[in-house]
Ligand binder design. Structure first.
Ligand code: EPZ
Length: 420
């Protein structure tokens, strides 16, 4: 939560990033997997968790309803969900985080009931959860979502569910609720993001029977018991992409270790089109860049298209590309606040509806800017790393929701960034 004494990032730009960096576990996977652990009948170990405010908040909400959490290290926890004392996680915490909705799917699947305050999260436009509710109802739950509290109750039976839009959260939440339902569930028009596959793999490691995750039809055969396991979260696709963009933006050379290059194909293709160099290895990507970048155009899309979560960092890079780039945001209706801030740094961007035309300038200059959401904050860091002079970024709590020690890790790559 923001406080008046919140520290800020101060960046002196113009230094090429050089060296090696290890990517952390996926934020959006971790929050789903932590909630999914509630479904288990035994203690379960989750490894490779990023130590960020969103995972800490999720664990605190789970602890609040009786899950016993043992921190083995900053990146590993054991969750014992055998002695839950409630099915209604704290309203204040739920409201401050989008992924709190996964607790409803998991609690409904495990205990047949749950209640959660309407989830909050980054302000990037309207974020309905009608598809989650539709899925729970199809499985036989009675759901009341008319008040500030969403409640769901019922003994669940498998069903055929056609998602009206491709939704990451909706797909995962229905998967959570369905994996202990009686009988078979089919989810059509499912999202295919790496987090869906990772969450399904985790559920299967606990004994669930889920097939087809990563395609647009997911089949689930309900099981009556789920057993303990140890599971390591996959690397963060968006953190990997943010670091790739930062390497290109500073005309540096960065090797990102522990990532999954196949998750990065849409970004890699755009970076190559701009004139940056990208080398893929088994679990490593090297990005380097010399000379000016060319303008490119892209639309955000569900996986394997260009991820909306990289639209903001990528548009920071485009502010100095030669020519006019066109960026169309098709997933969320208000994800261009970062461009308003970057205009203070000399960026030229014209927004009409969901499309931004970005005219490349020679250089950005440092300015005092504010993060309006997590990826807007990441975009401002990239802009600051590119700019002449000093950039001051406020509202960094948004950035710390999703990037572990980002200042420290960028400093190890040579960036002049401090938090004070
Ligand atoms: C997840 O949000 C991520 N959050 C977001 O990450 C990410 O931007 C988004 O997926 C898209 O990839 C988490 O995983 C916690 P959606 P989610 O449901 O699940 C519409 C970040 O920066 N929709 O896939 O909320 C919705 O309005 C963030 O890390 C409905 O209409 O996204 C949007 O237009 C922010 N009804 C589209 O679907 C629904 O019931 C995709 O949303 C659900 C969604």
């Amino acid at each position: 939560m923001m406080t008046t004494t919140e520290r800020r990032f101060y960046i002196r730009g113009g230094v090429p990033l050089e060296g090696d960096v290890q990517v952390r576990g996926g934020k959006n996977t971790s929050v789903a997997i932590l909630a999914a652990a509630l479904l288990c009948d035994d203690p379960v170990r989750v490894e490779n968790l990023p130590d960020i405010s969103d995972t800490r908040l999720m664990l605190a909400m789970m602890e609040g309803i009786g899950a016993r959490i043992t921190r083995e290290s900053p990146s590993s926890v054991v969750i014992d969900p055998r002695f839950l004392t409630g099915v209604h996680p704290d309203d204040g915490m739920s409201r401050s985080m989008r992924a709190s909705y996964y607790l409803l799917g998991a609690l409904l699947g495990k205990t047949g009931e749950g209640a959660i305050a309407h989830p909050g999260g980054c302000d990037i436009g309207s974020r309905p959860i009608d598809q989650h509710v539709k899925g729970f109802r199809a499985l036989g739950a009675e759901v009341d979502d008319a008040s500030p509290l969403i409640t769901a109750r019922g003994s669940l039976t498998g069903a055929e569910i056609f998602m009206d839009c491709v939704t990451v959260g909706g797909t995962i939440n229905v998967m959570l609720a369905a994996c202990r339902a009686q009988g078979n569930t089919m989810i059509y028009n499912a999202a295919k993001e790496p987090h869906i596959v990772d969450t399904a793999n985790f559920l299967n490691a606990m004994g669930a029977h889920i097939r087809g995750a990563g395609t647009d039809v997911i089949r689930i055969r309900g099981v009556s018991r789920m057993h303990g396991c140890s599971y390591a979260v996959i690397p963060d696709q968006i953190e990997t992409g943010t670091l790739m963009i930062a390497a290109a933006a500073t005309h540096g050379c960065v090797t990102i270790h522990g990532c999954i290059p196949t998750h990065m194909e849409s970004l890699t293709a755009k970076l190559l089109e701009m004139g940056a160099r990208v080398e893929d290895y088994d679990d490593m990507i090297r990005v380097y860049s010399h000379g000016a970048h060319r303008a490119v155009s892209f639309k955000t899309q569900a996986y394997p298209g260009f991820p909306t979560d990289l639209q903001q960092p990528m548009s920071a890079l485009l502010t100095t590309a030669r020519g006019t780039s066109t960026v169309t945001e098709t997933i969320f209706d208000s994800r261009f606040h970062h461009l308003d801030e970057m205009r203070r740094m000399g960026a030229r961007a014209h927004i009409v509806g969901r499309t931004a035309a970005i005219d490349g300038v020679i250089r950005l200059h440092g300015a005092s800017v504010a993060a309006s959401d997590l990826r807007a904050g990441a975009a401002l860091i990239i802009a600051g790393l590119m700019a002449d002079g000093e950039t001051e970024i406020s509202n960094i709590h948004y950035i710390e929701r999703g990037y572990e020690n980002i200042d420290e890790r960028l400093r190890e790559l040579g960036a002049q960034i401090v938090k004070r």
